[in-house]
Each structure stands twice: as structure tokens, then as C-alpha cells.
Design a protein around this ligand. Structure first.
Ligand SMILES: [Fe+2]
Length: 570
């Protein structure tokens, strides 16, 4: 039985295909239409999904959607009444960035069946099952987790009107325990401060997290008044510091916030220590709130297993604290924790919760995207008129280039779903030289100096270099480890200012070719670690060989290892 899960018109437009409860394909529309964080109907992703599986839309028995628009309408009416009359300003608010106006968005969501009908010229619109957003997040984690029973915690900006949900999963059912509603939202808190620090909310939270490592404890005490965490483990935003709940997302913070913490940073202007200290305080409060919530759901459920999802669950520093400071024994941080994951989450919710089907397919990897064979790749190389050669030992030859200080694009196998490149659409360099990081930034990535680069490490050797939080592996680069004191000088390019690293443990069975690349690098250098960053240049991660070659030619990479082919710049 095929179920197609779709997200659109809000955050990462994505489509997933599940077959008999197994997540087969997850494709983000941005990889195809090349618009970062696109909210458009995922036309190309849906078409590719069906083509990859060799089926048509008629073979899909059910379509699920990651949001319940009617629930949002009800929630918004309550919200406007609660904050009346200041909330009348919301009616004047203009959408930000590529966001749709509220009415247009809700109508588009509600009519997604009609859009599918037009897209495929169907005689009638297919039935669409609208799934509550946080239940879709919860389902995306629990139903693919290795646990029979688990506590579930989902945290994001908002889904309909919910920002945080606690639930319990038992067998093939999820039961909601508690919800926190907007405006009390850790995701919106982070978005508001991202805007305050001169970045794009919902896009650039990574930058703020990176900045926090350069901050000092100057404002944490003051932030305790901004985010109130009560003894029961719940949090509330002190609304005197906020304005978005009455004036919309073009106006996140109030005058009271500016008076207390100073003016907003002008985008692209210089930084001063205050900006880093505010990022530090924000991060500290999000970690505290996350730990408090996790402790609370532990106390309620008494279960040893925790599943987490939602955009805020991509905050790997918070995840580290949760592991360190809660009594759970086992953790599953679903790696496609942003809204892309709610596509298979909504589909799995329907399959298990509604149809009562048993669970059989735990999550194996994020390699759920499209793939290209050597013939397809060679055709592209010929079309692009680049000099290339076929290698019988692509991992070995590429490792030699990396050890020689080259910047290497590594394009292999099925594309990763979710925000992280995990060795199939990656750029890799030698982590032993801190200057390599500067070179990578100057020539390809152009990142701010405070943003860390992450290491991929052979699973067998991880403990020689990193202190894993409570012994957890990090196959999806969603956890933080402390770098061992005696190894910081050996891998400076991937050791952040605070001595940590967002580590990626590479398993031989899950990604044999990438494992082999690191292993060959270790044979040359004695270091079983590579710096790994996504294969792109201020654009969505590359998806096709054409995009990979174009990115390679446009930027200043040295080597492209694509399938079994090597392209070396002269
Ligand atoms: Fe979400």
C-alpha cells in the first residue's frame, strides 16, 4: 500500500512515499526547483518520487498532508480574541520573505487535493488526510524508532497553534499528553533573536547557534526574565519582551527588549561582543527549557526511551544537554526533524494510528533521495566537456587528494534527505590543518568565521577522538561531542571554539563507500576523520550530476569525485 505524504505552503516543501509502512523515498522540493526553503507545491519532488518507484499517482492509495489548516483557523481566532485589541495589528501585518499571506496559505493548504488533481489531470480530486502538525512530527520519530514504547517530545516554531507537544508512543499508537501553544514557542524565540541579530528567521538559526560558542555569560540572568521556566518543567515567554503575537513576524521583539538588551544588529554590519553574549544567553535558555521539558515527559511516562522531533530538535547543543541531564537510557533524535520529516510522519500516522497497521520498519538512514549510475554521470561529464577519468579505486585516489590538501566534492549514491549532507552530497577536506577551513570558506562556502565545520569519523575510532554524550553514536550529525583534549590540535579544522564538534559517526554497512574514503584517508594520515560539509555554494544541496559539475566549475574546488569518476582541476 502506497501513501504519499506532502508538506507545502509553510516550510520546507517536501514529499515522501511510504510503502506498507516503510519510508521509501523523501525528496525536498528545493533540491529540484533550486529555491532554498521553498514553500511551493512540491511538483517536481512528487513527480520524481513516483518515477523512482515506477508507479503513477493512481497507484497511491492515500495522500496525507502535514498540517490541519482548519485547526489553525480555529486557533488563530482564539489567539486574536485573547490578545485583543493589540492583536488587530496582525490583520495589517505583511508576510515575511517568501511566506504566503495567512488566508492564501490556508486556502492553498485546504485545496491541495484540487492542486494534485490539476497537476495530474485527474478526473476528480484525491482525498487528502490532514494530520495535526505535531502528531506528524511525533509519528516521524516514534514510528521509525527502535523502541516499542517511548516518551515523545516535539518542539518547533508552530504547527497550527501548537509549539511543543509531549506524547507517549506504545506499539503502533501515539497518545498526546500535553501541548504548549503559541506565542509560547522556543522556535519563535529563536527566530525572533535570529532576526534581532541581523539574520533571516527560520533560515539562519544555525548562525546564532554557532555564535553562542563565542559568547560569555553576560545576559543569562537577564534572559531568565525573558523565558520563564516554572517548577513543573514548562516554559513561557515573558510577552512584555515580544511583539510578534500582536504585530506579526515582521516585528518580533518589543521596545522593552530593545531597552534592556540594546538595538538590533543591522544585517551585514560588524559584530560586537554583545551579539555573541546574547546568542550565548539565548542558547543557554533553550537548552534549559529543552531539558526541563524532557525531564517532565520522563516523569509523566516513566519510560526509558525518548524520541524527539520538530525544528528545534535540530539544535544539537540542546540535544547534548538533554542526554547529559535527563534520566532516559535511550534516545532517538529523528534526523529529518524539520518539516520535511512531517511528510513521512503524516503518512506513518495514517498507516499506524488510523489504519492500525503494525510497525515493522525502523529508520535505517537518511539516504532516501535520488541516485545516478555511472552511465548517467559520464553522459553529464561529456556534455559539460570536462576532462575526467574513471577510477578503479575512487575512495583510495580521492583520499590521496584530500591528504594532499585539496578541496574535494564527493557525489555518490542516494541523496540525503534533511538538512545534513552525510557523505553522499558532501564537500570534504583534511581536518588536520586549521587553515584548510579558511581556504574552504574563501573559495567555496563563504561562511561566517564563527560557524563550525563538522567531522565525519569512522564509528570504530570515534572514542579515540571524541567523548560521546552518554555513549551515543551520532549517525545523523545531530549530536555534539567534546573533542578529546589531546586531539584538539590534531583536528583543529573541526574543533569549535568551545572545544566541541557536531560529530558524524560513519558506519561501514550504512555507507560503505564513504566509510572506505575515511578509512583510506586514515591509512595515509593516521587520522580517521574528515571535515564534512554540504555540497553547495549558497544554494540548496546539489541533487543531480549536472548541478554538481556546475557547482564544481563555478567555485574553486580542486577535485570532483562523482560516481567512479574523478575530475581534477588543472
Ligand atoms: Fe514543524
Amino acid at each position: 500500500m502506497y501513501i504519499l505524504g506532502i508538506s507545502s505552503y509553510a516550510h520546507e516543501s517536501t514529499c515522501s512515499l511510504i510503502k506498507d509502512g516503510e519510508v521509501r523515498i523523501v525528496l525536498e522540493e528545493e533540491r529540484f526547483n533550486r529555491k532554498k526553503h521553498t514553500m511551493e507545491y512540491p511538483r517536481y519532488a512528487i513527480e520524481k518520487c513516483l518515477a523512482m518507484e515506477g508507479i503513477t499517482i493512481e497507484d497511491v492509495e492515500e495522500i496525507t498532508f502535514f498540517w490541519k489548516p482548519q485547526r489553525e483557523v480555529t486557533g488563530n481566532i482564539k489567539h486574536v480574541l485573547k490578545y485583543f485589541p493589540a492583536s488587530l495589528n496582525l490583520l495589517k501585518g505583511r508576510p515575511q520573505g517568501n511566506e504566503l499571506p495567512f488566508v492564501k496559505r490556508v486556502v492553498s493548504m485546504q485545496n491541495v487535493g484540487q492542486t494534485i488533481k490539476r497537476h495530474f489531470s485527474l478526473s476528480q480530486a484525491p482525498r487528502v488526510e490532514f494530520v495535526e502538525h505535531h502528531l506528524a512530527h511525533a509519528a516521524s520519530a516514534f514510528f521509525v524508532s527502535p523502541f516499542e514504547d517511548a516518551a515523545i517530545l516535539t518542539i518547533d516554531g508552530r504547527g497550527e497553534s501548537t509549539s511543543t507537544m509531549m506524547a507517549v508512543g506504545r506499539g503502533n499508537k501515539i497518545k498526546k499528553i500535553k501541548e504548549i501553544k503559541v506565542p509560547h514557542s522556543l522556535g519563535h524565540l529563536y527566530a525572533g533573536l535570529t532576526d534581532y541579530l541581523g539574520f533571516m528567521p527560520f533560515f539562519d538559526e544555525w548562525k546564532v547557534m554557532g555564535m553562542s560558542a563565542y559568547g560569555k555569560d553576560a545576559y543569562v540572568k537577564d534572559f531568565e526574565d525573558v523565558v520563564k521556566i516554572d517548577e513543573s518543567g514548562e516554559y513561557r515567554l515573558n510577552l512584555k519582551y515580544f511583539k510578534f503575537h500582536t504585530h506579526g513576524q515582521s516585528c518580533w521583539l518589543s521596545d522593552a527588549f530593545m531597552e534592556k538588551f540594546g538595538p538590533k544588529r543591522v544585517p551585514n554590519s560588524d559584530y560586537d561582543q554583545r551579539h555573541f553574549d546574547i546568542a550565548f544567553a539565548l542558547q543557554a535558555m533553550v537548552e534549559r527549557a529543552g531539558v526541563a521539558l524532557a525531564k517532565k515527559v520522563y516523569d509523566i511516562t516513566g519510560l526509558p526511551n525518548l524520541c524527539m522531533s520538530g525544528g528545534v530538535a535540530l539544535n544539537c547543543l540542546m540535544n547534548k544537554r538533554i542526554i547529559e541531564q535527563t534520566s532516559f537510557e535511550n534516545y532517538f533524535f529523528q534526523p529529518i526533524a524539520n518539516d520535511a520529516g512531517t511528510t513521512f510522519g503524516s503518512a506513518l500516522y495514517y498507516y499506524h494510528q488510523v489504519l492500525d497497521k503494525p510497525r515493522q520498519h525502523p529508520f535505517k538512514s537518511v539516504y532516501l533521495g535520488n541516485t545516478f549510475d555511472n552511465d548517467e554521470i559520464e553522459r553529464v561529464l561529456k556534455d559539460k566537456k570536462v576532462q575526467y577519468k574513471k577510477s578503479d579505486h575512487i575512495a583510495k585516489e580521492t583520499a590521496r587528494h584530500i591528504a594532499d590538501g585539496k578541496i574535494v566534492g564527493w557525489f555518490q549514491g542516494r541523496m540525503e534527505a534533511g538538512p545534513r549532507a552525510l557523505g553522499n552530497r558532501s564537500i570534504t577536506i583534511d581536518p588536520r590543518d586549521a587553515m584548510m577551513k579558511e581556504r574552504l570558506n574563501e573559495r567555496v562556502k563563504r561562511r561566517e568565521f564563527y560557524r563550525p565545520f563538522a567531522p565525519s569519523v569512522l564509528e570504530e575510532r570515534v572514542d579515540d577522538f571524541f567523548i560521546r554524550p552518554k555513549g551515543n553514536m551520532s549517525p545523523y550529525m545531530i549530536l555534539i561531542a567534546d573533542v578529546r583534549e589531546d586531539k584538539k590540535e590534531i583536528i583543529p579544522a573541526v574543533t569549535h571554539a568551545d572545544g566541541t564538534a557536531r560529530f558524524h559517526t560513519v558506519n561501514k554497512d550504512v555507507n560503505p563507500r564513504y566509510w572506505e574514503l575515511i578509512s583510506e584517508f586514515e591509512k595515509i594520515t593516521g587520522v580517521p576523520v574528515l571535515l564534512n560539509t554540504s555540497f553547495n555554494e549558497n544554494e540548496p544541496i546539489v541533487c543531480t550530476p549536472e548541478q554538481a559539475v556546475d557547482c564544481f566549475l563555478r567555485t574553486e574546488f580542486d577535485v570532483l569525485a562523482i560516481g567512479d569518476y574523478l575530475v581534477v582541476k588543472g
